[in-house]
Design a binder for this molecule. Sequence first.
Ligand code: FO1
Length: 308
Amino acid sequence: MILALAGGTGGSKIVDGLAQVVGQDDLVAIVNTGDDGDFYGLRVCPDLDINMYVLARVVDGRGWGFADDTFRCLEGLETYGNEAWFGLGDRDLATHLHRTARLAEGLPLSEVTRELCDRLGVAARLLPMTDDTVRTRIRTTSGEHSFQEYLVRDGASEDIERIEMRGVASSHPAPGVIEAIEAADRVVICPSSPIVSIGTILAVPGVRPALAARRDEVVAISPIVVNAPVEGPAARFLAGAGYRECSAVQMARLYADVAGTFVLDEQDVARVPVLEDFGVRARATEIVMREPADRPRLAEFALNAVTA
Ligand code: FO1
Protein backbone atom coordinates (compact mmCIF):
# COMPACT_ATOMS: atom_id res chain seq x y z
CA MET A 1 0.00 0.00 0.00
CA ILE A 2 1.18 3.50 -0.86
CA LEU A 3 0.33 6.36 1.46
CA ALA A 4 0.12 10.04 0.53
CA LEU A 5 -0.05 13.07 2.82
CA ALA A 6 -1.96 15.75 0.99
CA GLY A 7 -3.51 19.20 1.05
CA GLY A 8 -5.82 20.46 -1.70
CA THR A 9 -5.09 21.40 -5.29
CA GLY A 10 -1.29 20.79 -5.39
CA GLY A 11 -1.53 17.59 -3.34
CA SER A 12 -4.43 16.16 -5.31
CA LYS A 13 -2.36 16.16 -8.51
CA ILE A 14 0.13 13.73 -6.97
CA VAL A 15 -2.66 11.71 -5.36
CA ASP A 16 -4.10 11.44 -8.87
CA GLY A 17 -0.70 10.46 -10.26
CA LEU A 18 -0.18 7.82 -7.55
CA ALA A 19 -3.65 6.40 -8.23
CA GLN A 20 -2.68 6.01 -11.89
CA VAL A 21 0.65 4.35 -11.03
CA VAL A 22 -0.32 1.97 -8.21
CA GLY A 23 -4.13 1.80 -8.64
CA GLN A 24 -6.72 3.21 -6.25
CA ASP A 25 -7.08 -0.07 -4.33
CA ASP A 26 -3.49 0.28 -3.11
CA LEU A 27 -3.68 3.96 -2.23
CA VAL A 28 -4.45 5.69 1.06
CA ALA A 29 -4.26 9.47 1.55
CA ILE A 30 -4.19 11.34 4.84
CA VAL A 31 -5.71 14.73 4.14
CA ASN A 32 -5.50 18.10 5.90
CA THR A 33 -8.69 19.33 7.56
CA GLY A 34 -7.35 22.62 8.95
CA ASP A 35 -8.89 24.47 5.95
CA ASP A 36 -12.37 23.18 6.80
CA GLY A 37 -15.10 25.60 7.73
CA ASP A 38 -18.82 26.13 8.11
CA PHE A 39 -20.74 28.05 5.47
CA TYR A 40 -24.51 28.67 5.83
CA GLY A 41 -24.52 26.00 8.54
CA LEU A 42 -22.86 23.42 6.29
CA ARG A 43 -19.53 21.68 6.95
CA VAL A 44 -17.18 22.18 4.03
CA CYS A 45 -13.94 20.16 3.85
CA PRO A 46 -12.14 21.60 0.80
CA ASP A 47 -9.04 19.40 0.82
CA LEU A 48 -10.96 16.16 1.33
CA ASP A 49 -13.43 17.17 -1.37
CA ILE A 50 -10.74 18.20 -3.86
CA ASN A 51 -9.01 14.82 -3.50
CA MET A 52 -12.32 12.95 -3.57
CA TYR A 53 -13.53 14.74 -6.71
CA VAL A 54 -10.15 14.25 -8.42
CA LEU A 55 -10.19 10.51 -7.72
CA ALA A 56 -13.86 10.27 -8.75
CA ARG A 57 -12.95 12.11 -11.99
CA VAL A 58 -15.63 14.75 -11.38
CA VAL A 59 -13.40 17.68 -10.38
CA ASP A 60 -13.76 20.94 -12.27
CA GLY A 61 -10.89 22.03 -14.52
CA ARG A 62 -9.92 24.84 -12.09
CA GLY A 63 -8.91 22.11 -9.57
CA TRP A 64 -11.70 22.38 -6.98
CA GLY A 65 -15.47 21.98 -6.96
CA PHE A 66 -17.64 19.75 -9.14
CA ALA A 67 -17.21 19.88 -12.92
CA ASP A 68 -19.66 22.11 -14.80
CA ASP A 69 -21.43 23.11 -11.61
CA THR A 70 -23.97 25.93 -11.45
CA PHE A 71 -24.21 28.51 -8.67
CA ARG A 72 -27.95 29.22 -8.44
CA CYS A 73 -28.17 28.49 -4.72
CA LEU A 74 -25.24 30.81 -3.98
CA GLU A 75 -26.84 33.53 -6.11
CA GLY A 76 -30.03 33.11 -4.11
CA LEU A 77 -28.16 33.35 -0.83
CA GLU A 78 -26.57 36.58 -2.04
CA THR A 79 -30.03 37.92 -2.90
CA TYR A 80 -30.93 37.46 0.75
CA GLY A 81 -27.91 39.51 1.84
CA ASN A 82 -25.49 36.70 2.59
CA GLU A 83 -21.80 36.91 1.72
CA ALA A 84 -21.12 34.76 -1.33
CA TRP A 85 -17.35 34.91 -1.86
CA PHE A 86 -16.79 31.18 -1.39
CA GLY A 87 -17.72 29.41 -4.61
CA LEU A 88 -20.02 26.62 -3.47
CA GLY A 89 -21.69 25.15 -6.54
CA ASP A 90 -25.13 23.52 -6.53
CA ARG A 91 -23.85 19.96 -7.02
CA ASP A 92 -21.02 20.58 -4.55
CA LEU A 93 -23.59 21.72 -1.97
CA ALA A 94 -25.11 18.23 -2.04
CA THR A 95 -21.81 16.92 -0.64
CA HIS A 96 -21.84 19.46 2.19
CA LEU A 97 -25.55 18.94 2.93
CA HIS A 98 -25.08 15.18 3.17
CA ARG A 99 -21.90 15.50 5.24
CA THR A 100 -23.49 17.95 7.67
CA ALA A 101 -26.57 15.78 8.13
CA ARG A 102 -24.49 12.65 8.77
CA LEU A 103 -22.20 14.49 11.22
CA ALA A 104 -25.30 15.74 13.06
CA GLU A 105 -26.42 12.10 13.35
CA GLY A 106 -23.20 11.45 15.23
CA LEU A 107 -20.98 9.89 12.57
CA PRO A 108 -17.31 10.89 12.70
CA LEU A 109 -15.85 12.74 9.69
CA SER A 110 -13.78 9.69 8.72
CA GLU A 111 -16.94 7.56 8.39
CA VAL A 112 -18.81 10.23 6.46
CA THR A 113 -15.82 10.63 4.14
CA ARG A 114 -15.79 6.90 3.49
CA GLU A 115 -19.51 7.03 2.69
CA LEU A 116 -19.09 9.94 0.26
CA CYS A 117 -16.14 8.22 -1.42
CA ASP A 118 -18.04 4.93 -1.77
CA ARG A 119 -20.99 6.68 -3.37
CA LEU A 120 -18.73 8.53 -5.80
CA GLY A 121 -16.91 5.33 -6.75
CA VAL A 122 -13.59 6.26 -5.14
CA ALA A 123 -11.73 3.06 -4.27
CA ALA A 124 -8.74 4.79 -2.66
CA ARG A 125 -9.05 5.37 1.07
CA LEU A 126 -9.22 9.06 2.01
CA LEU A 127 -8.60 9.66 5.70
CA PRO A 128 -9.12 13.02 7.36
CA MET A 129 -6.04 13.65 9.52
CA THR A 130 -8.37 13.78 12.54
CA ASP A 131 -12.06 13.49 13.39
CA ASP A 132 -11.60 16.35 15.86
CA THR A 133 -12.10 19.99 14.99
CA VAL A 134 -8.86 21.71 13.94
CA ARG A 135 -9.04 25.16 12.36
CA THR A 136 -6.17 27.11 10.85
CA ARG A 137 -6.42 30.75 11.97
CA ILE A 138 -4.44 33.47 10.25
CA ARG A 139 -3.57 36.71 12.04
CA THR A 140 -2.69 39.78 9.94
CA THR A 141 -2.62 43.50 10.73
CA SER A 142 -6.34 43.62 9.85
CA GLY A 143 -7.26 40.96 12.43
CA GLU A 144 -7.76 37.22 12.70
CA HIS A 145 -9.21 35.28 9.79
CA SER A 146 -10.23 31.74 8.97
CA PHE A 147 -8.06 30.03 6.36
CA GLN A 148 -10.63 30.45 3.57
CA GLU A 149 -11.28 34.11 4.49
CA TYR A 150 -7.56 34.80 4.21
CA LEU A 151 -7.00 32.77 1.02
CA VAL A 152 -10.20 33.18 -0.99
CA ARG A 153 -12.04 36.23 0.35
CA ASP A 154 -8.93 38.39 0.85
CA GLY A 155 -6.74 36.81 -1.85
CA ALA A 156 -3.83 36.20 0.57
CA SER A 157 -3.03 39.87 0.10
CA GLU A 158 -1.63 40.63 3.56
CA ASP A 159 1.53 39.53 5.33
CA ILE A 160 0.86 37.02 8.09
CA GLU A 161 1.80 37.81 11.69
CA ARG A 162 0.81 34.47 13.19
CA ILE A 163 -0.62 31.13 12.18
CA GLU A 164 -2.52 29.09 14.74
CA MET A 165 -3.77 25.54 14.23
CA ARG A 166 -6.56 25.83 16.72
CA GLY A 167 -7.45 22.54 18.39
CA VAL A 168 -4.56 20.56 16.96
CA ALA A 169 -2.71 19.99 20.25
CA SER A 170 -5.68 18.15 21.75
CA SER A 171 -6.67 16.36 18.54
CA HIS A 172 -6.27 12.64 17.86
CA PRO A 173 -5.34 10.98 14.58
CA ALA A 174 -8.45 9.66 12.82
CA PRO A 175 -8.91 5.87 12.92
CA GLY A 176 -6.54 4.29 10.43
CA VAL A 177 -4.07 7.20 10.24
CA ILE A 178 -1.27 5.77 12.41
CA GLU A 179 -1.99 2.24 11.14
CA ALA A 180 -1.61 3.45 7.53
CA ILE A 181 1.72 5.13 8.34
CA GLU A 182 2.97 1.94 9.98
CA ALA A 183 1.78 -0.34 7.18
CA ALA A 184 2.67 1.69 4.09
CA ASP A 185 5.30 0.36 1.69
CA ARG A 186 6.19 3.94 0.85
CA VAL A 187 4.89 7.32 1.97
CA VAL A 188 4.73 10.34 -0.33
CA ILE A 189 4.52 13.83 1.15
CA CYS A 190 2.76 15.73 -1.63
CA PRO A 191 3.92 19.18 -2.83
CA SER A 192 1.31 20.94 -0.69
CA SER A 193 2.03 23.82 1.67
CA PRO A 194 4.59 22.64 4.26
CA ILE A 195 2.97 24.95 6.81
CA VAL A 196 -0.82 25.01 6.37
CA SER A 197 -1.36 21.62 4.69
CA ILE A 198 1.39 19.12 5.54
CA GLY A 199 2.43 21.09 8.65
CA THR A 200 -1.09 20.77 10.03
CA ILE A 201 -1.17 17.01 9.43
CA LEU A 202 2.25 16.61 11.08
CA ALA A 203 1.03 18.64 14.08
CA VAL A 204 -1.66 16.08 14.96
CA PRO A 205 -0.17 14.37 18.02
CA GLY A 206 1.39 11.03 17.12
CA VAL A 207 1.64 11.60 13.37
CA ARG A 208 5.15 13.11 13.24
CA PRO A 209 6.80 10.42 15.40
CA ALA A 210 5.01 7.65 13.48
CA LEU A 211 6.32 9.10 10.23
CA ALA A 212 9.82 9.64 11.64
CA ALA A 213 9.90 5.92 12.46
CA ARG A 214 9.32 5.24 8.72
CA ARG A 215 11.77 7.93 7.52
CA ASP A 216 13.62 5.61 5.15
CA GLU A 217 10.41 4.90 3.24
CA VAL A 218 9.19 8.52 3.16
CA VAL A 219 9.74 10.81 0.17
CA ALA A 220 8.75 14.48 0.09
CA ILE A 221 8.18 16.40 -3.13
CA SER A 222 9.18 20.06 -3.08
CA PRO A 223 6.39 22.59 -3.68
CA ILE A 224 9.06 25.19 -4.47
CA VAL A 225 11.18 25.82 -7.56
CA VAL A 226 14.23 28.07 -6.97
CA ASN A 227 12.61 30.71 -4.74
CA ALA A 228 8.98 30.55 -5.79
CA PRO A 229 6.10 28.20 -4.93
CA VAL A 230 4.76 26.15 -7.85
CA GLU A 231 1.30 27.44 -6.90
CA GLY A 232 -0.40 29.42 -4.15
CA PRO A 233 0.94 31.78 -1.51
CA ALA A 234 3.36 29.30 0.16
CA ALA A 235 5.95 32.04 0.68
CA ARG A 236 3.51 34.09 2.78
CA PHE A 237 2.67 31.05 4.92
CA LEU A 238 6.35 30.23 5.37
CA ALA A 239 7.11 33.81 6.41
CA GLY A 240 4.08 33.80 8.72
CA ALA A 241 5.49 30.69 10.42
CA GLY A 242 8.85 32.42 10.86
CA TYR A 243 10.78 31.01 7.87
CA ARG A 244 12.23 33.84 5.79
CA GLU A 245 13.72 31.53 3.18
CA CYS A 246 11.42 30.11 0.50
CA SER A 247 13.44 27.38 -1.21
CA ALA A 248 13.71 23.63 -1.73
CA VAL A 249 16.52 23.60 0.85
CA GLN A 250 14.19 25.14 3.42
CA MET A 251 11.55 22.51 2.58
CA ALA A 252 14.00 19.65 2.96
CA ARG A 253 15.10 21.09 6.31
CA LEU A 254 11.47 21.21 7.50
CA TYR A 255 10.95 17.57 6.53
CA ALA A 256 14.43 16.19 7.35
CA ASP A 257 13.25 14.30 10.45
CA VAL A 258 10.39 12.55 8.65
CA ALA A 259 11.50 12.20 5.01
CA GLY A 260 14.75 10.44 4.14
CA THR A 261 14.29 11.26 0.45
CA PHE A 262 13.46 14.59 -1.15
CA VAL A 263 12.49 15.33 -4.75
CA LEU A 264 13.37 18.79 -5.97
CA ASP A 265 13.21 20.54 -9.32
CA GLU A 266 15.98 20.11 -11.86
CA GLN A 267 16.50 23.89 -11.71
CA ASP A 268 17.59 23.32 -8.10
CA VAL A 269 19.98 20.49 -8.93
CA ALA A 270 22.95 22.53 -7.62
CA ARG A 271 21.38 22.28 -4.13
CA VAL A 272 21.52 18.47 -4.06
CA PRO A 273 24.86 18.36 -2.14
CA VAL A 274 23.46 20.81 0.45
CA LEU A 275 20.56 18.47 1.15
CA GLU A 276 22.80 15.40 1.22
CA ASP A 277 24.99 17.23 3.75
CA PHE A 278 22.15 17.23 6.24
CA GLY A 279 21.36 13.60 5.63
CA VAL A 280 18.61 13.75 3.03
CA ARG A 281 18.84 11.72 -0.20
CA ALA A 282 18.00 14.25 -2.94
CA ARG A 283 16.78 13.51 -6.47
CA ALA A 284 16.06 16.15 -9.13
CA THR A 285 13.44 16.13 -11.90
CA GLU A 286 10.90 18.53 -13.38
CA ILE A 287 8.37 19.00 -10.57
CA VAL A 288 5.91 21.39 -12.21
CA MET A 289 2.87 19.40 -13.35
CA ARG A 290 1.68 21.30 -16.40
CA GLU A 291 0.12 18.44 -18.35
CA PRO A 292 -2.03 15.53 -17.06
CA ALA A 293 0.79 13.11 -17.99
CA ASP A 294 3.12 14.92 -15.57
CA ARG A 295 1.13 13.54 -12.61
CA PRO A 296 1.93 9.81 -13.00
CA ARG A 297 5.43 10.74 -14.23
CA LEU A 298 6.26 12.67 -11.05
CA ALA A 299 4.46 10.16 -8.80
CA GLU A 300 6.49 7.30 -10.28
CA PHE A 301 9.72 9.29 -10.01
CA ALA A 302 9.03 9.97 -6.32
CA LEU A 303 8.24 6.30 -5.57
CA ASN A 304 11.41 5.17 -7.34
CA ALA A 305 13.51 7.85 -5.64
CA VAL A 306 13.01 6.10 -2.30
CA THR A 307 15.06 3.13 -3.43
CA ALA A 308 16.97 4.58 -6.39
N1 FO1 B 1 -10.89 28.30 -4.04
C1 FO1 B 1 -10.97 29.54 -4.55
O1 FO1 B 1 -9.96 30.11 -4.94
N2 FO1 B 1 -12.18 30.20 -4.62
C2 FO1 B 1 -13.33 29.62 -4.23
O2 FO1 B 1 -14.41 30.24 -4.31
C3 FO1 B 1 -13.27 28.28 -3.72
C4 FO1 B 1 -14.39 27.58 -3.33
C5 FO1 B 1 -14.30 26.23 -2.93
C6 FO1 B 1 -15.44 25.51 -2.63
C7 FO1 B 1 -15.34 24.19 -2.25
C8 FO1 B 1 -14.09 23.58 -2.16
O3 FO1 B 1 -14.00 22.29 -1.81
C9 FO1 B 1 -12.94 24.28 -2.45
C10 FO1 B 1 -13.03 25.63 -2.85
N3 FO1 B 1 -11.89 26.35 -3.16
C11 FO1 B 1 -12.00 27.65 -3.64
C12 FO1 B 1 -10.55 25.77 -3.00
C13 FO1 B 1 -10.00 25.96 -1.58
O4 FO1 B 1 -10.21 27.22 -1.08
C14 FO1 B 1 -8.46 25.84 -1.49
O5 FO1 B 1 -7.86 25.57 -2.68
C15 FO1 B 1 -8.02 24.83 -0.49
O6 FO1 B 1 -8.61 24.98 0.76
C16 FO1 B 1 -6.51 24.87 -0.32
O7 FO1 B 1 -6.07 23.61 -0.17
